[in-house]
Ligand binder design. Structure first.
Ligand SMILES: [Zn+2]
Length: 462
């Protein structure tokens, strides 16, 4: 470290200790190693607050005046991570995009709670595979014990941290809630996971204290709405009690939900009666709409019944235009309708419409991006296999979000027929029109009419 830098460093450190913490502004800065693009973007909930451009040494800096304390998140390219900010914080991060979460380190004032939350997040990633591979098979009593042990260990670590470096009440509560709901979520999904693995139904045969936390679930705390462990928990909880409710009162055949329309309407009514907080309610309603509509397996008439019910309950939902677009897209992708006439570009640079590509033959459209080499390899293998057995099909690849030379290079190296390869000009538009929310989506058409708008290259009907 050169002398000037050291001097500056000491100045900053001493500045912090002499009451700088009381300043209302927040500094959030850091370094991105191996950046994917030039920006770091900061969000509060689903609102973009600010973005910072990386300098020549890949450093960025946000100076925020008088922000409210709480949970924020920042993203870089497609990765994101939480950051908890309080007035006066001066937080530095360093992260390497090759190992995003694992490489992330916080330093400076306000770093302790953030490093703790990150540790919990990383510990949970490891525990999750253990829970999925082993714990879910355990009987309810044993499962309960194991989960409670994990939860209490984390709470102990938090208490320890709070002794070493006292946290603000808000920060401590947030950490506590993150821990608790992470483990409560496992309890809510346990009956389904246990049955999938052992074939045994749990129903209500759990120890009396298994769901003890249910008495004090908070459905009315705005600060929790965008906290992933909490939101995941609420979704699982609603699924669990909707399922149980339907099983007891409405009749469920063979322990599976056969009537998706009924089940999802039942869920809507539960959300309506349980959840008070407006934004949480809107987000949960949206989640049900997306889950139900995106399955794409119900009739047009049932979809209509669902959306009418949705409008009655949540017509002024903050996501209503997005839901309307999805509903419209799903309606347009029903069998016997013409494939939406989106324009794409062929390898010679000519614009062609999907209907022209699909005219007079059977086509299976698939979608791929240059950023996912492994998926591209899977697709090439699968379409080569299918082409040999399904000679009456033309397999048409639509590429997205890849620069032109990379796209053409990948096609050439894979020796794909350039006649059947196209590039989406505007992927957002294409994704909306064709309701592409999963990358492995495949659309089957016959003479430009949709046969199946919601399948995959790996589905049995191909
Ligand atoms: Zn029901």
């Amino acid at each position: 470290m050169n002398k000037n830098l050291l001097y500056l460093f000491l100045l900053v450190v001493s500045g912090c200790t002499e009451g700088e913490k009381k300043s209302p502004s927040v500094l959030f800065a850091g370094e991105i190693v191996n950046p994917m693009n030039e920006y770091v973007v900061l969000f509060k909930d689903d609102v973009k607050l600010d973005s910072a451009k990386l300098d020549k040494t890949n450093h960025f800096s946000f100076e925020l005046d008088s922000i409210s304390e709480g949970l924020y998140h920042f993203n870089h390219a497609r990765e994101y991570q939480y950051i908890y900010l309080e007035q006066g914080d001066s937080i530095q991060i360093r992260l390497n995009t090759i190992d995003f979460d694992e490489s992330l380190v916080f330093s400076g004032s306000g770093a302790d709670i953030n490093n703790f939350l990150l540790d919990i997040f990383l510990a949970n990633e490891e525990e999750e595979s253990l829970i999925r591979s082993t714990y879910f098979e355990l009987k309810p009593e044993e499962f309960h014990q194991q989960i409670e042990t994990l939860r209490k260990d984390k709470l102990k670590a938090l208490a320890q941290l709070n002794v070493e470096t006292p946290l603000s009440i808000k920060a401590k509560n947030l950490a506590e809630v993150s821990i608790n709901y992470t483990y409560y979520n496992y309890k809510e999904i346990y009956p389904f996971e246990h049955r999938n693995r052992t074939g045994k139904r749990i129903g209500n045969k759990v120890p009396s204290n298994f769901y003890a936390y249910r008495k004090s679930i908070n459905f009315n705390n705005k600060n929790l709405n965008y906290l992933t462990p909490y939101y995941n928990f609420v979704k699982s909880h609603l699924k669990n009690i909707s399922y149980n409710g339907c099983e007891q009162k409405c009749g469920v055949v063979d322990e599976t939900i056969t009537n998706q329309l009924h089940f999802n309407r039942h869920k809507l009514s539960l959300i309506d009666s349980l959840v008070q907080e407006d934004e949480l309610k809107d987000n949960l309603f949206r989640n049900v709409a997306f889950e139900y509509l995106l399955r794409g397996r119900d009739t047009e008439q049932n979809n209509e019944t669902f959306i009418q019910d949705f409008y009655l309950r949540s017509g002024n939902n903050r996501h209503i235009s997005e839901i309307n677009e999805l509903y419209e897209g799903i309606t347009n992708m029903q069998p016997k309708k013409k494939i939406p006439n989106v324009m794409v570009t062929d390898v010679s640079g000519k614009k062609v419409s999907l209907q022209d590509i699909a005219k007079g033959k059977k086509v299976a459209f698939y979608f791929w991006s240059g950023s996912n080499q492994r998926y591209f390899k899977d697709v090439i293998e699968r379409t080569a296999f299918l082409s040999a057995t399904k000679e009456n099909y033309t397999f048409v690849g639509i590429n997205y979000r890849t620069d032109e030379s990379t796209w053409k290079g990948m096609i050439a190296r894979a020796k794909l027929d350039t006649e059947n390869q196209f590039k989406a000009d505007d992927f957002e538009e294409l994704a909306k029109a064709l309701t592409i929310y999963q990358r492995n989506k495949c659309i089957i058409t016959k003479d430009a009419e949709i046969v199946d708008g919601f399948t995959t290259l790996w589905a049995a009907n191909l």
